[in-house]
Write a protein that binds this ligand. Structure first.
Ligand code: WTA
Length: 656
């Protein structure tokens, strides 16, 4: 066995057709309709996207050419002019949506507010005028370091309105992480708040900004605009720091949207990258607007009466694409929640669903595993009957977690869209269209129309049915990243050279392993960096973990390889047990046996370690790289700044 492929070992045969009532009212109503759409897009992607761009977006000036592809650099809708803030706001004001709720916001302490499209437009225009007064010009990069309050969305839209690319830094990142990102982007101004609520405490954002900017550590930043949220009292540096509520006084709410070139930069968003310097992923205007618009519309099957809730933070791509730009471009009602499930109210998400009659709920597998652990009595105590569609993103979802989500949260009636995509792809790539594509637990199903996905070996040959390989995309799409900010060469090396071009065709390398089944369904097997080589078999993490999670005692599992003289690697499993299960040697033996039964002896963990928690990034992804060092008995090295809870590592080191 070579590096060429990855072995797939897990079987999952359950399938859930879309409920008939759902399909009847859906945008895309049947598998045939999806397949027709897919085939048409594949035959002529440019015509497909051009038609949608014309129908779905407002342009100040039409493009000359749909696609200019100089691999690996793409330009979409060349010379087209538009503004995404215009598409998200202004164009709805001349329709009945003018007074429709655009944003519904619920604060963690229980305060709340709603902005209609007309109100949101007014806020954004004023905010944009204040930015201009502070000297921000078209092309200037603006840093946003905000809690989950409406002003975070207002700030993004205001930047987009005047053509100032934003770079949102997740509010949980440290001052150093903020400083590095602001410096890399050469930000001119930072938008922040005094603080934000998260898990019953105040996150002191302004204090972190002060640290990041101390001693002119970010020389390009001239001003800081501060939104008042938590009112705990903060230092305000004279001449540099300004309160939003002061500066907005008397400012005009008239601010026409700047005509932007389709390829003008809309934002930079840094991905942590497991090692080394964070990458500034660059997205531009026209292609991103179209791609997030279409995926929001078809994947969430949006209806005008829906209350749609995505639980991500605006600091991640999911928040950019599916709280702000995609939903608002569609004229949807997007719900924004400030905090996270917390000790004082672990069932708060279910309260929010009941309170607002949420119809579409989009969250991450890490959250679902936490819900499972917290117990089903919490959601059962609330009325969740308004829900009609569920979604997940961020990691492979284990089939048993999928089944729980379907049964307990979805009441068995809601389709689940398991959406595979990345910061780099801008929007959903592999995903069910919920009225058309039957779902299988653990599979992100089929590619979105216009996405030419494949599973290939390292020479770019498609692998056979049910053979594992590298997930790759064979043709540009409008939402793709354009480059790594300031580093075209890194862009080329990271994404386009792992699989060398073949017969003039380039392959976008996603870094994930996958297999395709006989129905053309994709099964993402985890990051290829995490693949474990056991006695010549290359195994993905997702399948072994899913086998472990299918045991009733297991809440969460992460497997890694530990160097072994004989086998190359031995599998070490880190396991979080269900709340009322006691760890024991007998249980370890039982779990090893269970994996043997589910998959086969080859995948049986050599070692099992129980733990209260697993190390995760702040967006909830398990950091297997750290577990690998622990399993090998080495010091944890490399970047740990993205770790959610540092104490988890110490506990794991002490071992169980
Ligand atoms: C993983 C999040 C399996 C994957 C939008 C990808 C998934 C990385 C899924 C991107 C899914 C995301 N099934 N794996 N449905 N969604 N991933 O940039 O490894 O934070 O490459 O973007 O998350 O993470 P990012």
């Amino acid at each position: 066995m070579t590096e060429a492929t990855i072995e797939s070992v897990l079987q999952e045969n359950r399938s859930f057709p879309p409920p008939a009532e759902f399909s009847q009212q859906a945008h895309i109503k049947s598998l045939e309709e999806y397949e027709q759409l897919y085939d048409r897009a594949k035959a002529d992607p440019e015509a497909f996207w051009a038609e949608l761009a014309e129908q779905e977006l407002d342009w100040f000036q039409k493009w000359d050419r749909v696609l200019d592809w100089q691999p690996p650099f793409a330009q979409w809708f060349v010379n087209g002019k538009l503004n995404i803030s215009y598409n998200c706001l202004d164009r709805h004001l001349t329709t009945w949506r003018r007074n429709k709720a655009a944003l519904i916001w619920e604060g963690e302490p229980g305060d709340s507010c709603t902005y209609t499209y007309a109100q949101l437009h007014r806020e954004v225009c004023q905010f944009a005028n204040v930015l201009k007064q502070l000297g921000v010009q078209k092309g200037d990069v603006v840093g946003i370091y905000m809690p989950m309050i409406p002003e975070a969305a207002v700030a993004m839209l205001a930047c987009a309105r005047i053509g100032a690319p934003h770079t949102v830094v997740f509010g949980g990142f440290s001052a150093e992480a903020l400083r590095d990102r602001l410096n890399d982007g050469k930000a001119k101004l930072v938008i922040t708040a005094d603080g934000g609520w998260r898990k019953d405490t105040i996150v002191p954002l302004k204090e972190q900004v002060d640290k990041a900017l101390a001693e002119k550590a970010v020389p390009t930043v001239a001003h800081v605009l501060v939104v008042e949220r938590t009112k705990q009292g903060v230092h305000m540096e004279a001449g540099r720091d300004h309160w939003w509520h002061d500066l907005r006084q008397g400012v005009s709410a008239d601010c026409p949207a700047e005509p932007m070139d389709s390829e003008d930069m809309l934002f930079i968003l840094y991905t942590s990258g497991s090692t080394g310097k964070p990458k500034g992923v660059v997205h531009t205007t026209g292609g991103y607007n179209l791609y997030t618009h279409m995926t929001t519309k078809w994947v969430f099957d949006l209806r005008d009466t829906d209350v749609y809730w995505c639980t991500a933070d605006v600091g991640w791509i999911t928040g950019h694409s599916y709280i702000v730009y995609g939903p608002l471009s569609n004229g949807a009602t997007s719900l924004m929640y400030e905090g996270a499930p917390r000790p004082s109210n672990p069932g708060c998400f279910w309260d929010v669903i009941e309170k607002y009659g949420v119809n579409i709920f989009y969250t991450a597998p890490t959250a679902i595993r936490a819900f499972i652990k917290a117990g089903e009595h919490l959601p059962k105590a609330r009325d969740l009957s308004s829900l009609r569609l569920l979604g997940t993103v961020g990691e492979p979802i284990n089939p048993e977690a999928w089944m729980w989500y379907h049964r307990v949260i979805g009441g068995g009636r809601c389709p689940i869209v398991d959406t595979w995509w990345q910061t780099e792809t801008g929007g959903h790539m592999l995903t069910p269209l919920p009225g058309a594509i039957p779902t299988k637990p653990g599979s992100a199903t089929r590619p979105f129309p216009g996405i030419l996905a494949d599973v290939v070996d390292l020479e770019g040959n498609s692998v056979g049915t049910n053979e594992g390989g590298y997930l790759a995309i064979r043709y540009p799409w409008p939402g793709m990243m354009r480059t790594v900010y300031g580093d075209d060469d890194r862009f080329r090396r990271t994404y386009w050279e792992h699989i060398p071009p073949k017969d003039g065709q380039y392959f976008y390398f996603a870094g994930d392993g996958a297999r395709k089944d006989a129905d053309g369904y994709y099964w993402v097997m985890g990051r290829v960096d995490d693949v474990i080589n056991v006695a010549g078999h290359r195994l993905g993490t997702m399948e072994i973990e899913s086998a472990l999670v299918s045991h009733p005692a297991v809440a969460e599992a992460a497997v890694v390889g530990k160097p072994d003289d004989l086998k190359g690697n031995e599998i070490v499993a880190f396991i979080t047990l269900d709340g009322n299960v006691t760890p024991s040697e007998a249980l370890k033996a039982e779990l090893r046996q269970h994996v043997g039964n589910e998959i086969g002896a080859i995948a049986r963990p050599g070692e099992i370690r129980f733990s209260d928690a697993l190390p995760k990034t702040r967006s909830g992804k398990i950091m297997r790289r750290l577990l690998r060092s622990l399993a090998a008995g080495q010091e944890v090295s490399g970047d740990t700044s993205t770790l959610e809870d540092r104490s988890v590592l110490d506990k794991l080191r002490e071992g169980v």
